[in-house]
Design a protein around this ligand. Structure first.
Ligand code: FES
Length: 56
């Protein structure tokens, strides 16, 4: 599903980026641009980040 509509980023892309070492929100923002426009996706992106970090 799309998490960030402004940048067209899916939850799978976010999960892959976290798995590749993007374990902080600022890194995901730098790499993918998530949350860099309207910011509405930030809470969902943070939840996915927390979920993925909890797995490791
Ligand atoms: Fe992600 Fe707008 S939906 S910045």
């Amino acid at each position: 599903m799309y998490v960030c509509l402004c940048k067209g980023i899916t939850d799978n892309q976010l999960r892959a980026a976290v798995a590749a070492g993007g374990d902080e929100f600022k890194l995901l923002k730098q790499q993918l641009g998530v949350g860099s426009q309207c910011g509405k996706c930030i809470p969902v992106a943070m939840a996915i980040l927390a979920e993925e970090n909890a797995k490791t």
